[in-house]
Every structure is written in C-alpha cells, then in structure tokens.
Design a protein around this ligand. Structure first.
Ligand code: NAG
Ligand code: FE2
Length: 612
C-alpha cells in the first residue's frame, strides 16, 4: 500500500511519474506505466525511487521490496535498473542502469545527476571508531540504523546439519590435535620451523623418542618436517573473572613433527618466558600432564581463532571493504556490481557482533577467559601485525612455509578456489580496464585509499597497495577481497560447532593457572580446570548459532541480483560457476577417501559474503 514516486533522469531533464501505487507486499507485482514527454530528452542516466506511505498508514512499519525497474525508451531500447532493495517510508533510492561503464561514471553530467546519490551514501555510510587501534566500522548502534539495502531481508532460518561425534571420540589423540592445525577451525597459525626460537629451548634429548632414531631436530628441520605454533600475541594477558572467580590464559608454543602423512605434537611450553616454572611438556609425560598442556593450547586457539582469524581478519576487514565500496563506487561501476553480492549482510552481522559478542557485557566479557580488556589488547596486537600478503592465500602459504606438508586440505582447496576466483576477476577487470584506465580512474584510487586508511594498514610494513598500476594488481586485490569474505570466512566460521561443540576440544575459559611443574595434574584437577557448566552452555549456544547456514544464503558464484546485462560479464559468471562445480566434484571424490572429510571449502558450502 505504498505510493511511490519514480523520477527518471536523463541527459537534459528529469521526468516524474508520481503516485505509482503498489499492491500489498505479499504479492509479486509488476506495474507498467507510461511517462509522457514532448521532446527527445536524451540518454537515460538514473532512476530515482521514493517510497511514500499514505498518511493514514504511517504507523504501520511495512517495508516495500523493489527488485528492478525496466525502462523502454520511445526508440524501443530496454534498459535495466537493478534495485533488489527494501525501501522504508520516505527513503529515496537512486538506481543506475546495469551496463557498467567506467567512463560514464566519470562523466560530469552523470556526476551532477548523482549528487543526491552521493549525499545519500555519505549520510548513511559513515565511518566510526569502535576501539582505537582496530579497523574502523560503520556508524550504527543497532541494525535498525543501517540503510535498508544492507539489512537482513528475511528471517534467517536455522537448519541443523552437523556431526561432532568424531571430535568427541578423537579429541584426546595427538594425531587429531595435530590434524586440527591443518584442517580444523584455524588452519592459519601453524608455520614451518627452520630454527627453534630461543624462547622455546626444546632439546634433542627431550624429543628423542618422537623422531626417527637416526635423526635430530636439526636434521628434521633441514628436511622441512618440523612445524611450530606460537601464541605470542597472548603474552602477559590478564585472565577474566567469571562469577567472581579468576580465569586463566596461557601463551603457548607448540612444536610438531610431520611424518608419513601425520602431524604429531612433540613439545608444548605454556608461556613465552622459558625457565623454571614453565616446563616443556612432552608426549612421554603423564597422560593428565600432557592432556592438560594440550587443553591450554586449545584455549589459546579459541582466543586467536575467534578474535583474530575469524572476527578481525574476515568480519572487520570485510566491513571496511563494504563501507568503502558503498561510499566510493557508484552503483554503475563494474567493480561495485561485482562486489555487491560479497557485501551482503556483513554490516548487520557486525553491528550485532559488536552489541552481543564483543561489547563490554557481551559473550566474550561474560563467558571467556580472555574477557573484555584482554580481548581488546589481543585484537589490537593482531591488527597491528596484519599484512596484505597474509590476506593473499598463495603468498600466505609461501610465507608460512606450508607448500609441501601433506594432507593440508585447507591449502589444497583454498588455492584451487583462489585460482578460480582470480581467473574470473581477471577476466572481468580486463574487460573494462586497460592498465592505463586503471591509473586514471580517480574513484578507484579514492576507494583504495579509504580501505588503506580504515583497515589501519596505511603503514609501509603492512604492504597494502598504495596505488594500482596494472590489471593484474587490481585483479589480485579484488580476488583477495572476495576470497577473504567468502572462502576464508567459511573456513574459519562454519566448523565452529563441529570442533567446538565438544567443549574440552575448544574451551572458552579455564579455571586454574597453567601448571608450573610436571606431575601435579590429576584427573580431578583437570576437571576443575575446565569451565563450569554455565560458561560451557553459553559458549556452545553461541558456537552452535554461528555455525548454522541459513536458508537465505547465497552460495559462492550466485549473483541473484540482475546486476549485469552485458554478454561478457554474463559469460564470465557462467564460466565461474562451471569451474566451481568442477571443484565440487573433485573435493567430493577426495573426501570419499577420508575418515574426516574436509568440507569447509567445498564451493557449495561457501557463502558469497560474511553473513553469519
Ligand atoms: C572494557 O575494555 C575497555 C578497553 O580495554 C575499557 O576501556 C573498559 O573500561 C572495559 N569495560 C569494563 C566494563 O570492564
Ligand atoms: Fe562469522
């Protein structure tokens, strides 16, 4: 029951067709109308749509969804203006046609016509600081303050699809503990170790029983078989208090040996400063000593995984990409159209995360060992050590020295996905741009600068691009953006309940300090270290909720909005989908041979955007 104004802007004039009334929103409704004009008013540039509810109905909060507007000109040409947005009362939407032309966007006539659009984006998409030292966020206290086009459109239904029985059966085993560094929830922290750090003085004598008789740590390091996980960002962090009871954190180091397709832990030190009171635990220690050491590593993993690899490096970075894209690229810009599906729901889920998960009285403050203050310190340390190359999977794998380790399915599937995405993005970018065009596109560079500044990666050590010179550089950058919010988010998000649903495998908090000597841990003291029931239940509920795909999900490669009408991008999308299907088949075939299939990067399980 809306009356909507539709205004069509052309090169020379603006035409208004007002009071187009729409049927009630539960009808799919197509409305045709004719706009008269006496003279030819030139090329169509924009369509403005304004929703007005009749005054007697203003108290009803009944939003209206517009999927598209098509305009047939007197000459018979048909132009598509994709919309796919919710409109609430008295909001305006400005739509551009679906033929993306970099040059049109820089045309002065066009810029004048889109002034009111820029006014809209700068009013509704504003930067804000959540906490100094962390990437900037969208200015919105609650989801209702977000522009309607980025809000959840339907109730996100929860569906059940998981099994955590395997984890429950295997969580104590060293082999599964090692496996999770490659193919668990956080495949990101492990690195090849070519020289032991001084702070982790493992000796050959300690690990003799766990290496082949004829070898030493040095010889195995030279062969590339020794790996290390270092949780140094957790150093000296104060544990939280839950129900007036002190909680504890460790900042562990863990050494691993890869042999015959298995990755086995061979030494664990729970704090960064070596020496008395900080023993190096070994698989040959008592069962409870060794198990407790592994549990402290798993709690450190909880903190690093959730706050750095999940929240910071996918959610918050994805938010900067989204806001910068909304603010800087007009909607006719080909990159805007390419990226729009990859921004879906990101702002809303992040506003909700800031209100419920990382707020001063949220989930982390109430139910985790890291708590409110240490959480912020960890995230700032992580933000200040973030680099561009670590966001680009092929570079990251090389930097961590993980090119050759066997059975690293995250790497194998991830590189396939990266290459498929790069091929698609490169085809797309090179269709619209030459190297010369890229250097001359001011909007593109303003967009890049906003991303550099608002991710806080505008220092030279971060290696974030300052400028684009070539199609290749731009294609790599856009691939990194799409990969981070789709594949990378799926890899670190979707297994939260699979791996965390069995609490001892992924405890959110621990109630006793890391043991300072060997032989002090009993079965009872181990149980007393694990979190209490209330903490456990809350942690599981959150992990459960965040692992669920919704029925309103758009899988990778799905471009539901009719954003493109040209032949080349449509062909590229079709090829992209074919490549993804081929990869699905390859991964399915590989997974048939595995005890525990690796499914997180199967394209059918990857969503287009950070949406949960
Ligand atoms: C939470 O942490 C922030 C940042 O360290 C601090 O400023 C604030 O006072 C803390 N709030 C509470 C309630 O502890
Ligand atoms: Fe997530």
């Amino acid at each position: 029951n809306w009356h909507n104004d539709v205004i069509i802007y052309t090169e020379n004039d603006a035409l208004t067709a007002d009071s187009i009334s729409t049927a009630p929103s539960y009808y799919l409704h197509v409305q045709n109308f004719t706009v008269e004009c006496k003279v030819n008013i030139g090329k169509l540039l924009l369509v403005e749509l304004e929703a007005k509810s009749p005054s007697f109905m203003t108290f009803i909060d009944d939003d209206w969804f517009c999927s598209k507007i098509t305009v047939t000109t007197p000459q018979g040409a048909c132009m598509l203006f994709p919309c796919h947005s919710w409109m609430s009362c008295e909001k305006k939407l400005i739509l551009r046609d679906s033929v993306g032309l970099v040059k049109t966007c820089n045309n002065t006539m066009y810029c004048q016509a889109s002034d009111s659009f820029m006014c809209y984006v700068f009013t509704f998409y504003r930067w804000s600081i959540f906490s100094p030292g962390l990437p900037h966020v969208v200015l919105a206290e609650s989801p209702n303050e977000l522009p309607p086009e980025v809000r959840f459109s339907f109730t996100k239904e929860k569906e059940l699809l998981f099994t955590k029985e395997y984890v429950q059966k295997n969580w104590r085993k060293d082999e599964f503990f090692g496996y999770q560094f490659l193919n668990g929830l956080n495949p990101m922290i492990i690195k090849r170790c070519s020289k032991l750090p001084e702070k982790f003085p493992v000796t050959n004598e300690m690990v003799r029983g766990f290496l082949p008789d004829t070898s030493t740590l040095e010889s195995e390091m030279a062969k590339g078989n020794i790996f290390i996980c270092d949780y140094e960002r957790l150093r000296d962090l104060e544990g939280n208090e839950i129900n007036k009871k002190k909680q504890y954190l460790a900042a562990p180091l863990c050494l691993l040996f890869s042999s015959q397709g298995k990755l086995m832990p061979i030494a664990i030190q729970l704090n960064q400063q070596p020496g008395r009171g900080n023993p190096i635990f070994l698989p040959s220690d008592s069962e409870t000593d060794w198990l407790l050491a592994k549990i402290f590593v798993r709690n450190a993993e909880f903190c690093e995984h959730e706050l750095n690899f999940h929240l910071l490096r996918t959610h918050l970075i994805g938010e900067v990409f989204t806001v910068a894209t909304m603010r800087n690229l007009p909607s006719c810009h080909p990159l805007f159209k390419l990226l729009l599906p990859h921004t879906r729901y990101t702002l809303q889920i992040n506003v909700m995360a800031r209100n419920r998960l990382i707020s001063v009285d949220g989930y982390f403050a109430k139910f985790t060992a890291i708590g409110n203050e240490s959480m912020t310190i960890l995230m700032k340390r992580a933000a200040s050590s973030l680099t561009y190359s670590s966001l680009c999977l092929p570079d990251d794998i090389k930097e961590r020295g993980l090119e050759k380790i066997p059975n690293y399915y995250y790497r194998d599937d991830g590189l396939e996905l990266w290459n498929i995405m790069y091929k698609f993005v490169f085809g797309f970018v090179s269709h619209y741009y030459s190297d010369q065009d890229i250097q001359e596109d001011k909007e593109l560079h303003a967009w890049l600068t906003e991303m550099r500044e608002n991710t806080l990666l505008d220092n030279s050590e971060a290696g974030f691009p300052e400028s684009f010179y070539t199609v290749k550089e731009l294609a790599k950058f856009v691939t990194m953006m799409i990969f981070s919010v789709s594949a990378q988010h799926a890899a670190v998000n979707n297994g939260q309940f699979d791996f965390g649903g069995w609490m001892p495998n992924f405890p959110s908090s621990l109630r006793c300090p890391p043991p300072s000597r060997k032989g002090s841990t009993t079965k009872d003291s181990l149980l007393a270290t694990l979190p209490d029931i209330r903490t456990t239940v809350h942690a599981l509920a959150v992990g459960y909720m965040l692992s669920q795909g919704s029925s309103d999900r758009y899988p990778l490669g799905h471009y539901p909005e009719e954003l493109f009408s040209e032949e080349v991008p449509l062909k590229l999308i079709a090829q992209f989908k074919n490549d993804l299907q081929d990869l699905e088949k390859k991964i399915d075939a590989r997974n048939k041979k595995l005890d525990l299939p690796y499914t997180y990067l199967n394209p059918r399980n990857v969503e287009n955007s950070v949406a949960i």
